[in-house]
Design a protein around this ligand. Structure first.
Ligand code: MN
Length: 414
């Protein structure tokens, strides 16, 4: 499929993608898609009648969030996605030949400001990469028994906070909190000295359930709208002292950054791949059929103050041990209901190689080994003024579907 819009071969926003997001137009927030280097205003296309087949009220595209659009259901949202592909393809002239509409609806991506795409109700973070869980277990507990006994029987997770999830570009202040070194008798209070990122992807719930309902692994895809890149900022020194016995708390909820474009599961379908071999065998409610992992390249870049980008990790979403379908089946197996806009993050995605570790904790092996950046400075954790950028993209044959990036700069403690 070719487009009349000029799209670079390495563009994340090919005609095969058609993600959804919300941008700040001169008239307020508008639902949009991205193609090539353009943001395309769907309110304008709908108002001009180009999406009239779907009978969607204009208000849905004037919203500050995608929730109302997502609630229309996959038949409609994917129908809109396919219709947009049609409008952008060089076999169709309805948009191509309407210069007035193009002027009103198409904006260069580099001058548009994106907003948080969904109103996030509840947020859950899993812990589903075997390499990450093994690395952390080796460092924090027992190298011989790095994985806790439950890890291969259920997708371990915790409930986080949605209030502190922010859009890419929002600066994050270094958190303050209680920490205690092993060598100290009592805790002290102050700015975290071990600030870290976590390379994650998150999926967004597209269909609600009622309290008491469960979602099977076979049905899970009907409830997943799409995905974003997720940076789960973490304060390792605060985490180490506070996490026993109930898990992460203030070490994690001071800020998490997400990428602005929600890439739909339909766009990611060509990149599905075989999941991890699960041994021991999982309980029946966690069994699944088919290729449920996804081959998505993940890059992490660190830019020091006034410096240039350093690629510090190259991982892949396919390293996940537990699939999204298993995570959702487990999350609801007790009858916990989910709502449109809920966000569920993967947990840090590390691969088997040292260069594919998804956090500074692992890259510096607990702060023991410094990374040397291209400006000659060293990093064990993230310093004030550092910018962390994460990029994600999938490639298969001649198709490329990407997420763009999530980026944030760390400011000194407030
Ligand atoms: Mn996390």
């Amino acid at each position: 499929m070719k487009s009349w819009i000029e799209i670079a071969d390495n563009s994340d926003f090919s005609i095969h993608n058609i993600p959804f997001g919300v941008y700040k137009s001169a008239h307020g927030p508008r639902v949009a898609t991205a193609i090539g280097d353009y943001v395309v205003d769907l309110f304008e296309l709908n108002a001009a009648g180009l999406l009239s087949h779907f009978n969607i009220p204009n208000e849905v595209f004037k919203s500050a969030y995608l929730n109302d659009f997502i609630t229309l259901g996959k038949t409609t949202t994917n129908g809109v996605r396919l219709r947009l592909q049609e409008l952008f393809s060089d076999e169709h002239t309805e948009l191509k030949d309407n210069q007035a509409l193009r002027d009103a609806a198409m904006w260069p991506m580099n001058i548009t400001e994106m907003m948080l795409p969904v109103q996030i109700g509840d947020y859950t973070d899993f812990y589903s990469s075997e390499d990450h869980a093994t690395n952390v277990g080796k460092m924090f507990r027992d190298p011989a028994n790095a994985l806790l006994p439950n890890w291969k029987h259920l997708p371990v997770g915790y409930h986080g906070r949605s209030s502190s999830i922010v859009i890419s570009g929002t600066p994050i202040h270094r958190p303050k909190g209680q920490t205690k070194l092993d060598t100290e008798e009592l805790p002290t209070f102050g700015p975290s000295k071990r600030l870290d990122f976590e390379l994650e992807m998150a999926f967004i719930i597209g269909k609600e359930t009622q309290l008491g309902d469960t979602i099977s692994t076979a049905d899970a895809d009907k409830y997943i709208f799409g995905m974003v890149i997720f940076n789960d900022w973490s304060a390792r020194d605060i985490q180490k002292w506070e996490y026993v016995p109930l898990g992460p708390f203030l070490a994690k909820n001071f800020g998490s950054s997400i990428s602005p474009w929600v890439v739909t599961m339909e766009a990611l379908e060509p990149f599905r791949t075989k999941g991890a071999v699960q041994d021991p065998k999982v309980l029946p409610y966690l069994e699944y059929q088919g290729e449920k992992n996804i081959d998505i390249n993940l890059d992490v870049l660190l830019t020091p103050p006034n410096g240039t980008e350093n690629t510090i990790s190259q991982s892949n979403y396919k390293y996940m041990y537990w699939t999204m379908e298993q995570q959702l089946a487990h999350h609801t197996v007790n009858g916990c209901n989910v709502r449109v806009g809920d966000m569920m993050a993967s947990g840090t995605i590390s691969g088997p190689e040292q260069t594919s570790f998804g956090s500074m904790l692992e890259l510096s092996w607990g702060g023991k080994n410094a990374l040397t950046l291209n400006d000659g400075t060293e990093r064990r954790f993230i310093e004030d003024g550092d910018t962390v950028t994460m990029r994600a993209y999938a490639v298969h044959n001649d198709k490329r579907v990407g997420f763009g990036e999530v980026k944030a700069t760390i400011l000194p403690a407030k």
